[in-house]
Write a protein that binds this ligand. Structure first.
Ligand SMILES: C[S@@+](CC[C@H](N)C(=O)[O-])C[C@H]1O[C@@H](n2cnc3c(N)ncnc32)[C@H](O)[C@@H]1O
Length: 325
C-alpha cells in the first residue's frame, strides 16, 4: 500500500489519513516504489536504506529536500498570490490580526517562515521582523521578496528550528509567531516549546495558529474518525506535487511528519514557562481540506467551513502564551 496524502490542496501535508483505496494508513509504511539512488546525489534518492526504504530517522534531510524544491513552485503559485501581495494585499488572516493585536514598534520572530510572505505581512503592520526557516532556498526567496516589497530591515535566517536560540545568539523577541503547517514537521514538541519560549522576551508572547489535530483523524466526510488521534510516531509519506499545484512534477516526494495532540502542545508550552492566555478552537480552515467543506469569506481570506447542518468540529486552533515581565 502506498502511503500518500489524498488531498493535494493541503497546506501542512495534513489530510484525512486514508489511502486512495479507503484503507486506513499504517504509519511508517514506506512507499514500496521508493528506490535507492546509486548516484549519491544530494537529494532524497540518497536517503534510502539498502532495502530502498526511506528511514524516518533521516527526517531533517528528507523534509528539507522537499521544502527546498517547493519554494520556487510556491512563489509562482496562485495560492500565495505574490503579485497581489506586492501590490499591497493583506496576507495575514483576520483572526490572527485580531488575536496578535498591535505589533507596531515590536520585534517579531517568525519560526518556520517559508519564503517570508507572512513575516513581511507583520512588517507591514509595523513590526521589526526576523524570519527563520531550515530551507536555504526559502530564506533566499524571503530576502528577495523583502527587497521587492521595499522592506529593508527584515532579516531572514536559515536554521533548523531546534537550533534557533543558538543561531540567534540569545536574542529575544516581543512576539514569537508560528504555525499554519509548522508543527507537523517537528518530532519533539516539548523541545520545540522550550526553544520557542526561550526566544520570548519578558513581557512578550508566543502566538501559534495551527491546523487542529482532531481534523487529522477524520475521513473525507469530516465526520468519521478513520485514524488514531494518539498516534505519535513519525509517519513517512510519499506524495508528488504540492498543495499549491498537485500536478507539478517534483523530484523529492518523501516526507516524515508527526501528529501532536492539542493537550501535548498546550502542556509543552506551559511546561516551558509561558502562561497561556487563551486557546481558541475555530470552526473554519484555510484550504479545501475535505471535499464537503464550503467556501466562505471574511473579507480578506477565503475560509472553508462544514456545510450548514453538519455537526461542527474544530479545524484550526490558536494559542497565545506570555512570558511574565
Ligand atoms: C507549511 S510551511 C509554513 C507555512 C507558513 N505558515 C506559510 O504558508 O508561509 C512549513 C515551513 O516549515 C519549514 N520547516 C520544516 N521543518 C523545519 C525545521 N525543522 N526547522 C525550520 N524550518 C522547518 C519548511 O521549510 C516550510 O517553509
Amino acid at each position: 500500500m502506498t502511503t500518500s496524502h489524498p488531498h493535494q490542496a493541503d497546506q501542512a501535508g495534513h489530510a484525512s489519513r486514508t489511502d486512495r483505496s479507503g484503507e486506513t494508513i499504517q504509519p511508517n509504511q514506506p512507499n514500496q516504489s521508493f528506490q535507492a539512488d546509486q548516484s549519491g546525489q544530494a537529494d532524497q534518492t540518497g536517503q534510502a536504506d539498502r532495502s530502498g526504504h526511506p528511514d524516518p530517522a533521516d527526517w531533517l534531510e528528507l523534509n528539507r529536500a522537499v521544502w527546498d524544491e517547493r519554494v520556487p513552485i510556491h512563489t509562482s503559485s496562485q495560492f500565495y498570490g505574490l503579485p497581489g501581495f506586492l501590490a499591497g494585499a493583506e496576507s495575514l488572516r483576520p483572526f490572527e490580526l485580531a488575536e496578535v493585536g498591535d505589533v507596531s514598534g515590536r520585534s517579531l520572530l517568525h519560526l518556520q517562515c517559508h519564503f517570508g510572505q507572512d513575516t513581511l505581512g507583520w512588517a507591514r503592520h509595523g513590526a521589526t521582523v526576523t524570519g527563520l526557516d531550515f530551507s536555504a532556498a526559502a530564506v533566499r526567496a524571503a530576502g528577495e521578496l523583502a527587497g521587492a516589497a521595499g522592506i529593508s530591515d527584515a532579516r531572514f535566517v536559515a536554521a533548523n528550528v531546534y537550533d534557533a536560540a543558538q543561531v540567534l545568539a540569545g536574542e529575544t523577541f516581543d512576539i514569537v509567531y508560528t504555525g499554519l503547517g509548522a508543527l507537523c514537521w517537528l518530532p519533539d514538541i516539548a523541545g520545540w516549546a522550550r526553544t520557542a519560549a526561550s526566544l520570548v522576551a519578558p513581557g512578550g508572547f508566543l502566538y501559534l495558529a495551527e491546523f487542529h489535530p482532531f481534523a487529522d483523524v477524520l475521513g473525507d466526510d469530516a465526520r468519521t474518525v478513520v485514524t488514531d488521534y494518539f498516534h505519535r510516531d513519525g509517519t513517512v509519506w510519499d506524495e508528488p506535487g504540492t498543495y499549491t499545484d498537485s500536478d507539478v512534477e517534483t523530484r523529492n516526494t518523501v516526507t516524515v511528519e508527526w501528529q501532536h495532540g492539542l493537550g501535548e502542545v498546550l502542556s509543552a508550552i506551559a511546561a516551558a514557562g509561558l502562561r497561556i492566555e487563551f486557546v481558541h478552537e475555530h470552526d473554519f480552515t484555510l484550504f479545501e481540506r475535505f471535499p464537503v467543506l464550503e467556501p466562505d469569506t471574511d473579507g480578506i481570506t477565503r475560509l472553508y467551513r462544514l456545510p450548514q447542518g453538519q455537526p461542527r468540529v474544530p479545524l484550526v486552533y490558536s494559542v497565545r502564551a506570555a512570558r511574565p515581565s
